[in-house]
Design a protein around this ligand. Structure first.
Ligand code: TYD
Length: 208
């Protein structure tokens, strides 16, 4: 879908920080036609679903239940935020979207890419991103950068093996559709990565 851009990466890659910096840059440069949002969550009901998914007390949640909850949250977020903004002619930049489900649920949680794609096809329909910015950093480096585990978050309380699977999941998705991804080396400083993101969005015609 034209003007719908997503940002993806493993946990700890600095994605949230980079998205905030990008938003700040856009504000400072007078872009009032760009809507920033995030998943899981992003709107009232979607945020409530996010809380259930990320709650450390829900450790027994089945992987398939989790996959459906992400998709359910995605449907509501699309209806509440993404579709109205695109209909108004705005650009939407979303921190995580369907490729997180493919990599985390499909590959790392081993539900299978085809099943997760099927669930999300119903949820997303034609609202697939125009392209995805992938912040590329090995899970080991990302883990270091994060300074260890946050045990209050169910999903971050998992070992490095899981994150390696997520990373290889993303790599597989990129290999399958290189034209749909902009891969950015995120191993440098925050400022260097920020500049690379800006340059990539200028090259893609999103920013001037
Ligand atoms: P969050 O705290 O937003 O992490 P980050 O700042 O790294 O984006 O938590 C999002 C977590 O949810 C993250 O571990 C990835 C996971 N996730 C999935 O497993 N599937 C999905 O479809 C989405 C959107 C997120």
């Amino acid at each position: 879908m034209k003007n719908f851009i997503t940002i993806e990466g493993c946990d700890g890659v600095g994605k949230t920080c980079q998205t905030a910096l990008l938003k700040e840059y856009c504000l400072q440069h007078g872009y009032d036609n760009i809507v920033f949002t995030r998943e899981p969550g992003g709107s009232k009901i979607a945020e409530q679903i996010r809380k259930i998914i990320l709650d450390a007390n829900n450790a027994e949640m089945s992987d398939l239940c989790e996959a459906f909850l992400y998709a359910a949250s995605r449907i509501q977020h699309l209806e509440d935020i993404v579709k109205p903004a695109l209909a108004e002619g705005k650009i939407v930049i979303c921190d995580r979207f369907v490729h997180s489900s493919y990599a985390y649920q499909g590959v790392a949680r081993q539900i299978g890419l085809s099943r997760v794609r099927a669930i999300n096809e119903i949820a997303v329909g034609e609202y697939m991103p125009q392209f995805t910015v992938f912040l590329d950093l090995s899970p080991e480096a990302a883990f270091e950068r994060k300074g260890g585990k946050d045990v209050t978050d169910r999903l971050e309380n998992v070992d490095i093996d899981f994150h390696q699977k997520v990373y290889s999941g993303y790599k597989q998705l990129i290999d399958e559709a290189t034209d749909k991804f902009v891969v950015i080396d995120a191993s440098g400083s925050t400022e260097q990565t920020h500049q690379k993101v800006i340059d990539a969005l200028i090259k893609k015609g999103v920013l001037k």
